[in-house]
Design a protein around this ligand. Structure first.
Ligand code: ADP
Ligand code: 5GP
Length: 184
């Protein structure tokens, strides 16, 4: 039996990475899709674990080979979901999670009508900004752009099947697990 596919979005800094790490630890029937990106690795990020870090040229080649399920540009860099691993994991029976921005979510939900969308919301915009700054991984200018993008992204909430507020990591993780279990 094949697994379900989930696209999970939410503004930069809302805690998607942190919450999903917990979700994946609690539920062993989940597989996280590893994206390709042209962004430079952050401190501690590992190629092939967090992302496949590629050049713009390689990214274009993968597009030409029809190798992406979806791809998008986000604050000056490109991000894409390699198609084959998603199909393979779903065929093996795993529920597959794609942590991607909203344009990519729209593409996936159009291509795969059974895919479900989950949007993660911050408790407030003020808290979002403070998490983004607290991460200390981007310059002021990039943080500003990411916050502007966040406001645009929040306009897409109603296109998603579920929304989850990330007040505490444990609460948000439990909410996501309940959604996934209810669809099994
Ligand atoms: P995203 O993947 O959505 O960009 P991250 O997972 O990198 O966000 O989280 C951004 C920052 O917010 C990190 O420093 C993280 O530790 C912190 N964070 C995540 N979830 C919470 C939460 N529920 N409460 C407080 N801080 C959080
Ligand atoms: P970051 O640079 O913070 O890792 O990611 C920036 C944004 O790109 C986040 O909203 C993240 O969800 C999104 N993203 C990561 N991988 C992909 C992908 O493969 N496709 C798309 N469309 N967005 C992605």
């Amino acid at each position: 039996m094949s697994g379900n596919i989930y696209v999970i979005a939410g503004p930069s800094g809302v805690g998607k990475g942190t919450v999903l790490k917990k979700v994946l630890k609690l539920d062993k029937n989940l597989a996280l899709s590893i994206s390709a990106t042209t962004r430079k690795p952050r401190e501690g990020e590992v190629d092939g674990v967090n992302y496949y870090f590629v050049t713009r040229e390689r990214f274009d080649e993968i597009i030409a080979e029809d190798g992406f399920l979806e791809y998008a540009e986000y604050v000056g860099n490109r991000y894409g979901t390699p198609l084959q691993p998603v199909l393979q994991k779903a065929e093996e029976g795993y529920d597959v999670i794609l942590e991607i921005e909203v344009q990519g979510c729209m593409q996936v939900m159009e291509k795969l009508p059974n895919a479900k969308g989950i949007f993660i919301l911050p408790p407030s915009m003020k808290e979002l900004e403070s998490r983004l700054r607290g991460r200390e991984s981007e310059t002021d200018e990039v943080i500003k752009k990411r916050l502007e993008t966040a406001k645009v992204e929040l306009g897409y909430v109603n296109k998603f099947d579920y929304f989850v507020v990330n007040d505490t990591v444990q609460n948000a993780a439990n909410r996501i697990i309940r959604i996934i279990e209810s669809n099994r």
